[in-house]
Design a protein around this ligand. Sequence first.
Ligand code: BGC
Length: 753
Amino acid sequence: MQFKKKISLMASAIALCCGGMVAAADTATVAQPDQPWMNRQLGADQRTELVLQAMTLDEKLKLVMGYLGADDEGKHFKRPPASHKQSAGFIYGVERLQIPPLWQTDAGVGVASQAGPEARPATALPSGLNTAATWDLQTAFDGGAMIGAEARSYGFNVLLAGGVNLMREPRNGRNFEYAGEDPLLAGKIVGAQIKGIQSNHIISTLKHYALNDQETGRTTLNVKIEEQAARMSDLLAMQIAKEEGNPGSVMCSYNRINGVYACEHNYLLNQVLKQDWGFKGWVMSDWGATHSTVPAANAGLDQQSGLPFDVAEYFGAALKEAVQNGWVPQARLDDMARRVLHSMFEHGVVDRPVPATPEAIDFKAHAAVTLRDAQEGMVLLKNAGRVLPLSSSIKKIAVIGGYADKGVMAGGGSSLVYPAGGNAVPGLEPKFWPGPVMVYPSSPLSAIERQAPQAKVSFNDGNDPAAAAKLAKDADVVVVFATQWTGEAFDVPNLSLPNKQDALIAAVAAANPKTVVVLETGGPVTMPWLPKAAAVLEAWYPGTSGGDAIAGVLFGAANPSGHLPVTFPASEAQLPRVELDGYPEPKEPRRFDVDYHEGAAVGYKWFDLKGHQPLFPFGHGLSYTEFALSDLDARVEQGVLQASFTVKNVGKVSGKQVAQVYAAPLDVRWEAPKRLVGFRKVEVKPGAGVKASVSVDPRLLAMYDTASKTWKVAAGNYKLMLASDAMDQKASSVVVHLDAAVYDVNGRPVAAK
Ligand code: BGC
């Protein structure tokens, strides 16, 4: 694996910095008569034009050049003095015009820190996949609002969140940062999170634009994909997230697409994002993803990020020269600056400056937010003989493996949040980029002890399967934890649990049939021991309240309601690419193609198309109660397909069900037999029924037509299915006839000529 070394100062100690924090007032800016853009009564468009007119060439150039907010000794780079220590980035503002700098921090699960001795403690949400597994937009919003509040408190006005790359590759090391394999679910969830983040008057990104779906060779690979397939898959997820969340910025990715780098891709940046989708914010490059001055600027890149990651300061003096010579039109530089300014006005960055010194954070309240998210997203995959929930009157519990005595796993790379309390298991390899391997100090073992104070709870670290099996044999119930550390800049070689944990689980389950497996993984894994395990709970990376979240679900304090946002394959042989392209990475980076021959048939669509039986299908998730889905009805109202249905709780405890509506064309062909076209998560009391409905985005019933840039729904019959997962055998269905219809590139009806 090839690791990008982020910075050379690599001490991983955590400073618990916040004791003496000064609370700063939210100093509102004041309008001066000669600074009419500070008039809050005016709209963002007008204010932007006014300040742009007052700017010099050099001031505009300042806004489009970003620097790393950390020293890099290897590259002889010192962070700008006004940047925040160990932060991802900094862009100078224009003080004389009251335009503040941009202080940037990663990422989607909370306020991350670059490695070093002064990482800022913050609350980590569970992984993005966990939040997607909630299928709940309010939970996604709340999590976003919480991490956005922490970003603001630390003085950051840009959170580099909003990862929505589709899971085409289950071995991708960054899957945990994203939201799964379906464009509707991923787009809606990430959009809601962005909205939550920006509710703090700061800006969120949407990233990594686009088709950056594996880490192996991410800076050298070239994705080959048809335009139509891209529009109907990864780009659709981005488009929906953009509509839902209105992000201030979009981050273009490292890879090339059909031969062209994402950050100098005229089609992706100028045509799709800005022209077709009407994006008014700015495009920033990923750190090290700018490769030129003139081609990049003219293709639509608005801001270079994270110098010294790129080989040159392309958007510094070189851009000035290019503008002065007309190679990059002055109007283009104006547009670049305009876009940055517009987002700053629109999202309140100018009017509500972030505090100059960190404000105190209510970590207790935030712990409750991440706990809720974790518990809404954990997926109960199997529960044979209803071994779960555990009774608090159990006498002997054996807890095994997974550092469960210490804490819960976190994903690695730039998104790593450093928790209050420090790493519970310091020193695991790799210690440096994309490490350190972080275990959040929220011990499932202690939380289990709190849930079952009467029980004798014993722990074995799992290093010796025979000793673990011996402990298991003697227990009333066994909870075995397995972890898979994944992270940025590398992919996992296969879908097996690492470090011989499959053998450990098999040994433990053979010793005691009442074995509950808790998985803390970055994404899907295979489970050769599955028939032997009584229960399996997929806890993803559960965040800084992870231990309590897991124990609460195990004992039924919270009823699991997560559903898989990804397919769990039975083996790598079922994947579109059986071998991971470019793996293992050679020492000398080389260019290679990744052929997306599956087109838009991503995830369950591919499995449907090929007739593969997965280990667990997309959408799957059990509960401690039982649900019945009924009364599916579908009709077209004012041109929009509506589906309504009833969710009944036919079990004994209150719970939440995720009702999923899939559509399958009967008279025409899509890229795959069916698509998810709507979903609703509903809470239902035992014995009760709840009516719910979804309205279907027409793009999900259409094929994209590249020539006319429209979405075309073909006339014909379509089967709508009401299901609890993508392979639900009990799904009920109705057939609905749709007339031919045409929608514009954004899914709005095109008036018939
Ligand atoms: C990652 C981005 C991140 C940036 C800044 C890059 O390596 O791909 O997701 O926001 O670094 O840390």
